[in-house]
Ligand binder design. Structure first.
Ligand SMILES: [Zn+2]
Length: 315
């Protein structure tokens, strides 16, 4: 399906009006208190639209710098932004956030070459001695997401332009489960294959961590019954034997797609303090959130007192 550019822009414009409506109702804010960015960190991630950095880390507006490109790779232009972030905004830390199922892993250079215009081919392969090598250098495709993170971290650490006291860390995101894996969790896997083989155990560990987290935060933000949902997820995983992430992905994608086809645009049903979206994610429920239908009040500013606000120390 080819969506018209005008329709997309129209959606953006309407989305912006909705945002303004939310600002009027104090549901959203574009105000940032304190310094920018709040945390002295820059995150380099992929342009993949499934990665919403602010959402997956539950960051707020103004919290961190985010740079994106295809494959979260170190480039001249990334260096340019990083140097501005370091010397103008006093950034001290850099996170290279790679992800599973990255399009750059599946990039077939030959297919791409066939689609390039003659002038693009001339420009990219300018030295002309080894066109394939020039293409590789230009597009920076890779074959292993985990090795790629390691390589990019290495490039940052070895860039002479970057001061030696800047700390750099690699992380991995799985768009299909929403989990982020820290450097410590990745370092025992030298490549994607090893990681994929052990993925079931890795996820299991994460879910136990989640149970610990829910137990210690249950009173604050999470509704009753979530713990059982997480435990149920662990039981489901017990039945899956060493399924690599890409295969889990396909299963989950088909579940989600099927369910979406069943119930287009239905509002969520509010069930005590838990949303049950009529099964959309019922097989994948993690932490349900309360969502109250939005009431648009055009001119009157409604002030809703904030009941719970996370403190800085919660980060
Ligand atoms: Zn990607």
């Amino acid at each position: 399906m080819n969506v018209k550019f005008e329709d997309i822009i129209q959606k953006f414009v309407e989305g912006n009006k909705q945002y303004q409506g939310q600002i009027l109702q104090d549901e959203e804010s574009n105000q940032i208190d304190g310094k920018i960015p709040r945390y002295p960190v820059l995150i380099l991630t992929c342009m993949d639209p499934r990665i919403d950095v602010y959402r997956i880390f539950q960051l707020k507006l103004g919290d961190a710098f985010v740079l994106r490109n295809a494959g979260n790779v170190y480039t001249e232009d990334v260096l340019r932004s990083v140097l501005v972030a370091i010397h103008k905004y006093n950034i001290q830390y850099i996170v290279v956030l790679g992800h599973l199922d990255c399009g750059m892993k599946k990039l077939r250079l030959q297919d791409l070459t066939n689609k390039l215009t003659d002038s693009a081919i001339k420009k990219i392969g300018k030295s002309g001695t080894n066109f394939h090598l020039e293409l590789l250098k230009f597009f920076k495709a890779f074959t292993d997401e985990i090795k790629n993170i390691e390589n990019q971290v290495y490039k940052f650490r070895n860039a002479r332009e970057i001061p030696t006291d800047i700390r750099i860390m690699g992380m991995l995101y799985d768009p299909n489960t929403g989990w982020v894996f820290r450097n410590e969790e990745l370092k025992s896997y030298s490549n994607y294959e090893d990681f994929a083989k052990d993925y079931r155990n890795i996820l299991q560990t994460k879910k136990f961590e989640l149970i610990g987290y829910i137990e210690s935060h249950q009173d604050e933000i999470i509704g009753e019954g979530v713990l059982q949902d997480v435990e149920r997820l662990i039981d489901i995983d017990e039945n899956r034997k060493n399924i690599p992430p890409t295969e889990i992905t396909k299963n989950q994608e088909s579940i989600i797609n099927e369910k979406f086809e069943e119930i287009p645009n239905e509002p969520p049903i509010i069930n005590s303090n838990k949303i049950v979206s009529k099964g959309v994610y019922s097989d994948l429920i993690s932490i349900p959130k309360i969502k109250i239908p939005k009431i648009f009040i055009p001119k009157i500013k409604v002030h809703v007192p904030v009941i719970y606000k996370k403190s800085k120390e919660d980060f």
